[in-house]
Design a binder for this molecule. Structure first.
Ligand code: ACO
Length: 324
């Protein structure tokens, strides 16, 4: 039997209209454009409008991915949404996207791995496609982190933004090792670090939604080592090296983390896709947003070797290597 691979057919994204700049934030908390840019590389982020839900952002990104692929929603049999900011505790926001797309067959569910959510969702969709259970999957990362931020806490509210991105994957039998598709996916977590980055509410603890809390310096301290380790696993599994990579598309948390990770891995800075300056940290949405940006501006082309990685709350982390 021929090996099945999950091939990217298209990708798309959606950003809410409202732009919140560092200058705007400086009027809300004791901070400055200079501090935020120097420590994070972030200039501005988008904020969802009142009543605009995570599933609304996810639906628009999914429609953009379908349009990019030239495919109809009826061809999709799996909708997988990575989010930590669902519309409601249940049902999954993915079912709202499924209904919004007019799909009444197959399956839809949410997956939660905070900032690593998109990597986890890609790996999950890849496994399900390879098993033969599904043929085409929309993998979405969508977040409204603005709803769980403490807007009086300058150490966290300056870092995050809202947005969504999506890719459409198709299960295809491959002929050659060089063929397109997801080549390898590696997931990690270590719950001992759960108190370093968390939300202080939830249905079974406080009965409230809660606010994001973070020991930023601690997260920073672990981030580079964890992501570079898991990327090395992806290289070891495939035989590729940093020099073979065409595009490095990391989770967009902080420009300093991105630059340090690329440097430690030996990846040419010209191959690094960085969108954190315009989007802030959009958690599970950040990688597909960056992919859609680099695809739309002509950087990522069919056949390119693309390395994705992320690290986030849990801690969770992971890497995916794919040929676009
Ligand atoms: N504006 C001005 N001053 C600030 C701000 C702000 N927005 N936030 C904190 N400060 C102050 C602090 O109060 C502190 O003041 P003090 O020295 O008088 O006590 C000073 O700046 C330095 O604070 P640190 O926390 O040590 O600053 P650091 O250089 O570590 O930068 C940051 C903070 C940007 C949060 C950094 O630690 C970081 O990026 N960590 C990673 C966090 C992250 O990206 N999390 C996202 C989720 S996980 C992931 O996606 C990887």
């Amino acid at each position: 039997m021929k090996e099945i691979r999950s091939v990217v057919l298209g990708c798309g994204s959606y950003l809410p209209e409202r732009v919140l700049t560092n200058h705007d934030l400086a009027k809300m908390v004791d901070t400055s454009d200079e501090w935020i840019v120097q420590r994070t590389g972030i200039h501005e982020r988008r904020i969802a409008a009142p009543g605009e839900l995570t599933s609304d952002l996810g639906l628009k990104a999914a429609q953009a991915a379908l349009a990019d692929a030239g495919r109809d929603a009826s061809e999709v049999d799996l909708v997988l949404m990575a989010t930590s900011t669902p519309d409601q505790t249940f049902p999954a926001s993915a079912v709202s996207v499924q209904a919004g797309l007019g799909i009444q067959h197959g399956a839809a569910f949410d997956l939660q791995a905070v900032c690593s959510g998109f990597i986890y969702a890609l790996a999950t969709a890849d496994g399900l496609l390879k098993s033969g259970a599904f043929k085409r999957a929309l993998v979405i990362g969508a977040e409204t982190f603005s709803r769980i931020l403490d807007w009086t806490d300058r150490t966290t509210c300056v870092l995050f933004g809202d947005g969504a991105g999506a890719v459409l994957l198709e299960a295809r039998p491959i002929e050659l090792a060089e063929d397109r598709g997801i080549l390898t996916a590696h997931l990690r977590s270590d719950g001992r670090y759960k108190s370093k980055l968390y939300v202080d509410g939830g249905p079974s603890s406080t009965g409230t939604v809660g606010h994001l809390r973070m020991e930023g310096r601690e997260v920073f301290r672990h981030a580079v080592g964890m992501v570079t380790d898991v990327v090395q696993d992806a290289f070891a599994a495939t035989g590729y090296t940093a020099e073979d990579i065409d595009w490095f598309v990391p989770h967009q948390a902080n420009k300093r983390i991105i630059d340090s990770s690329a440097h430690k891995l030996g990846i040419d800075p010209a191959k690094v896709v960085t969108t954190v300056g315009m989007h802030g940290n959009t958690s599970a949405a950040s990688i597909p947003l960056a992919l859609a940006t680099a695809r739309a501006d002509g950087r990522i082309k069919v056949g390119d070797l693309v390395l994705l990685e992320a690290m986030g709350g849990g801690f969770t982390w992971g890497a995916v290597l794919l040929r676009w």
